[in-house]
Ligand binder design. Structure first.
Ligand code: NAD
Length: 251
């Protein structure tokens, strides 16, 4: 029970890695705010947590919308009176599209969800965390945040950008009792879609790199790392980029 007394807000918690993080945090004693753009998924995860004896509330929010993100963070604080952990997990991919062929609309969509969204959420949550004198932020990037070959241009740029945002937060807010770290998963067995028909050459390149990938992770293996970063077990860790990829980027 490593998160007893903590309130944790998780975006994109209706499916995949985010859902697993929500379930795991609740099992560790956290009061969890499950957030996702998909309302029916939010209800299902909240039900799953409460059926298992945990405490959870749901909020439907699109992280691409500043007003909805502000409402989401405010609702979490109003519901449980504080906010100890924010996990920015919601994210989308970009059909592995190279920069020279990427339409502005796709670029903006991916950057807005993967980078603007976490920025809006961090900014709103930091107000509460500074007042509390404590808080932990976990931003879910990707191996595409530390390499050039694991996604298209927008996904790669957004996930690199998220690491920069996290380092900036870590250094500005460390003295205020707030930690901010990045979790970079490798390939994980979720239902994440490529966001449309894949770019053929991009897909072939990725498949070639994929051949060297030892295996795909279970979402629970990523949730375990998120738990480490969210809990006091990582009390001396901030501004860090923790890659959990089974050795994929070592190759
Ligand atoms: N699955 C992988 O192999 C992998 C690898 C590296 C990094 N990641 C990152 O992990 C995170 C989670 O990925 P996943 O594989 O669990 O994805 P997923 O598609 O299984 O789940 C993502 C969830 O986010 C929600 N979502 C999408 N757009 C949203 C928006 N605008 N606002 C709010 N919620 C939104 C979806 O409804 C869904 O429930 C993403 O940031 C992704 O980039 C995934």
């Amino acid at each position: 029970m490593r998160l007893v007394g903590k309130v944790a807000l998780i975006t994109g918690a209706g499916a995949g890695i985010g859902r697993e993080i929500a379930l795991r945090f609740a099992a560790e004693g956290a009061r969890v705010v499950v957030s996702d753009i998909a309302g029916e998924k939010v209800s299902q995860v909240v039900q799953q947590i409460t059926a298992a004896g945990g405490t959870a509330a749901g909020i439907v929010a699109d992280v691409a919308r500043e007003d909805e993100v502000n409402r989401m963070v405010d609702a979490a604080v109003e519901t449980y009176g504080r906010l100890d952990v924010l996990v920015n997990n919601a994210g989308v991919v970009d059909r592995i599209m190279p920069a020279g062929e990427m339409e502005t609309e796709l670029w903006r969509r991916v950057l807005t969800i993967n980078l603007d969204g976490p920025f809006y959420a961090c900014r709103r949550a930091l107000g509460t965390m500074v007042k509390q004198g404590s808080g932990v932020i976990v931003n879910v990037s990707s191996v595409a945040g530390v390499t050039g070959g694991r996604g298209g241009a927008a996904y790669t740029a957004s996930k690199h950008g998220l690491i920069g945002l996290s380092k900036s937060i870590a250094q500005f807010y460390g003295s205020k009792g707030i930690r901010c770290n990045v979790l970079c998963p490798g390939a994980v067995g979720t239902g994440i879609s490529l966001g449309g028909p894949p770019h053929e050459e991009g897909l072939q390149r990725l498949m070639k790199i994929n051949e060297l990938n030892p295996r795909v992770a279970a979402p629970s293996e990523i949730a375990e790392v998120a738990l480490f970063l969210a809990s006091d077990a990582s009390s001396f860790v901030t501004g860090a980029t923790l890659v959990a990829d089974g050795g994929w980027t070592v190759l």
